[in-house]
Design a binder for this molecule. Structure first.
Ligand SMILES: NC(=O)c1ccc[n+]([C@@H]2O[C@H](COP(=O)([O-])OP(=O)(O)OC[C@H]3O[C@@H](n4cnc5c(N)ncnc54)[C@H](O)[C@@H]3O)[C@@H](O)[C@H]2O)c1
Length: 319
């Protein structure tokens, strides 16, 4: 199979590229290597991906907002599927630049869909987000719950992209799976994400800056489990589906900080700050549909996942 992976130099999609190459697929990674975090990190991710199977890997440096660079991904051989993970990611920065998020996450998705159509590519897996559920609390999020009250521009752009993909399915017969990822962690995690920031503070002996009283909870999902579901979705995409991808065990923020400190082997000091605008208090995935469509629940416990993240951070983290 030949798969184009947008955002392929980033955290999650670099793991997806590796998993595709490891099972024998051809991969074209597309990324603009933007400087929202260090370009050197993305180049290092790409080097590790390429090393899996250089003869089956190609990198196209380009921007989702530039149709010609997107078209280059499709110019050597027919592409069987696209995994679309390139995006402006992150909730908090979206509050300062909603228009920039719309341009890339909505406009870029629309351009990609058009280029796919022009090249006869009819299968798509989209990296959506649990943030589309808004501030719903108390129950596990199910894919048929309303997702029309986002609390950040980021969430709004992810939901808008899902709807554009549905429109492409309805009008052109595109087979598509929108996977709603719940807080993903693991090696190569973006430096702006909570565990990466906490690990930096903990290993410097600084207090961990915790927003809220620590009782908020997240359904943390290990990146290899996410990659596993993405590959299953690539193989099984039929019609239009929205499926949750969560870790199956929500963890309170304060407990997660303690587990991370234990994995890093350092003591914890916490500085409590007010809740952040745009953050949702709790996330928890109902995985019933995903398990029925794509196979068994994720296999990595938060303890094992954090141990692997800590081992990676010890070698590659920012000190
Ligand atoms: N990390 C999470 O917990 C999480 C949760 C839900 C959804 N997601 C989604 O998963 C995807 C990957 O997230 P990540 O955490 O790996 O982030 P990331 O920033 O590491 O990866 C995104 C990649 O997209 C690239 N990119 C951004 N704008 C681009 C553009 N205009 N043209 C080409 N490339 C561009 C970036 O250079 C980056 O390498 C994103 O779509 C994100 O919204 C992530």
């Amino acid at each position: 199979m030949r798969v184009v992976v947008t955002g392929g130099a980033g955290f999650i999609a670099s793991h997806v590229c590796e998993a595709l190459l490891a099972r024998g697929d051809h991969v074209v990674a597309f990324d603009n290597l933007n400087n929202l975090y260090r370009r050197a990190r993305k180049e290092s991710n790409l080097a590790q991906v390429r090393a899996v199977a250089p003869e089956r890997f190609r990198f196209v440096e380009g921007n989702l907002n530039d149709v010609e660079s997107l078209a280059r991904c499709f110019d050597d051989a027919p592409v069987d599927a696209v995994v679309h993970a390139a995006a402006r990611a992150g909730v908090r920065p979206s509050l300062d630049d909603p228009a920039g998020y719309v341009e890339v996450n909505v406009g870029g998705t629309a351009r990609l869909l058009r280029v796919m159509q022009d090249h006869g590519c009819t299968r798509l897996v989209f990296a959506s987000s649990s943030s589309v559920y808004g501030a719903s609390t108390g129950v596990a999020f199910r894919e048929d719950m309303p997702a029309d009250r986002p609390v950040s521009p980021y969430a709004a752009t992810k939901r808008a992209a899902e709807m554009l993909i549905h429109a492409a399915h309805a009008s052109t017969g595109l087979d598509a799976v929108c996977l709603r990822f719940f807080t993903v962690y693991g090696p190569r995690q973006r430096p702006g994400m909570a565990f990466h920031k906490f690990a930096t503070q903990l290993t410097r002996g600084e207090a961990v800056t915790m927003y809220g009283d620590g009782s908020s909870s997240r359904d943390y999902t290990y990146v290899a489990d996410v990659a596993h579901y993405v590959l299953a979705a690539v193989d099984q995409a039929r019609g239009f589906q929205i499926l949750n991808v969560g870790g199956d065990t929500p963890t309170q923020l304060r407990d997660a900080i303690d587990l991370l400190a234990r994995a890093l082997g350092v003591p914890v000091r916490v500085e409590q700050l007010p809740d952040q605008v745009g953050d949702v208090p709790h996330t928890c995935a109902d995985m019933t549909r995903t398990i029925a469509a794509l196979g068994p629940p994720p296999s990595t416990s938060i303890e094992d996942g954090l141990a692997r993240f800590a081992a990676w951070f010890a070698e590659h983290g920012v000190h």
